[in-house]
Design a protein around this ligand. Sequence first.
Ligand SMILES: *Cc1c(COP(=O)(O)O)cnc(C)c1O
Length: 348
Amino acid sequence: MRPDTQAVHVGRPPHEPDQPLNVPITMASTYVAGGEREYGRYANPSWTAFEDTLGALEGGHCLAFASGLAAVATVLDLVGAGEAVVAPRHAYNGTVMQLGDLEARGRLQARLVDVADTDAVVAACKDAALVWLESPTNPAMELADIATIAAAAHEEGAQVVVDNTFATPLLQQPLELGADVVVHSATKYLAGHSDLVMGALVTRDEVLHGVLKGRRDLIGAIPGAFEAWLAVRGMRTLGVRVERAQANARELARRLTDHPGVREVRYPGFGGMVSIVLADAAAADRLTAGTSLWVHATSLGGVESTFERRRRWKSEPATIPEGLVRLSVGIEDVEDLWDDLSSALPAS
Ligand SMILES: *Cc1c(COP(=O)(O)O)cnc(C)c1O
């Protein structure tokens, strides 16, 4: 099966009389003893449908988590005391904050790098335990050379983790490029409707999968069955949603590049995320307050177009421009999106 077909078909019950087409929502804290599941913190059939589908798309074995950051924390927990972690300075803000918190408490050493500078990243890999990548980065939209960095990291004996939330497995498959673990905020494109929070890890290494499952069992950062069911329902349309969002984003990026009120357009050439830089914070605030279709909201990857001035968060690094607005382009008609957006852009 090709990816768009996997997204629709994997994880369903067998084609047998009276089987439902979809895996139902299983509300269970415990199971009759003697089987594989045993307890609601260890397994749930609604998670399994999600894990089988995302695992097939990424080409590995998947574990569902309560949120993207729960998945991030579970991976960072594998780093030994005092060991070094290389990570993009513009990684997802929550990831950078977790690293800062762990470093402040003496748990590990964080080496923040410009992920687009491959030589600098490779140099930082020396004696590192873990190399964290995100590509494109959120919201700077930088790209990492995953294959080159993964090879260099492995030579140093480091494990490589890639946050693939922005690209989705339809546009980038990090395990194929040499990553050991893929991280997702399923909250975003995978679920796709801005109605749940969930995360995931995917790996090909069965030993590592067992270790990560063991940590999830112990820590209990598990999703609800309803969230998992909704996320599966969302993934069934991932192919058409990503295709439309990407087509819209490409067109908007092209028009924005020609707009005199926009200082800079950051679009890596694929996906549904575009960052634009306006003259200053005030211009960006007027944009986010001036539209009717585009909603000023954090998060991304929903069917509806949203945008956000990222520096409104105090935790956002000062290297992100004050006037940067991150657009999460939805699946609406692109002409309506352009009419609304361009009506609120500064004239120059
Ligand atoms: C949102 C996001 C996360 C965190 O995921 P949650 O589901 O919000 O916990 C991690 N990485 C990226 C790239 C994100 O966009």
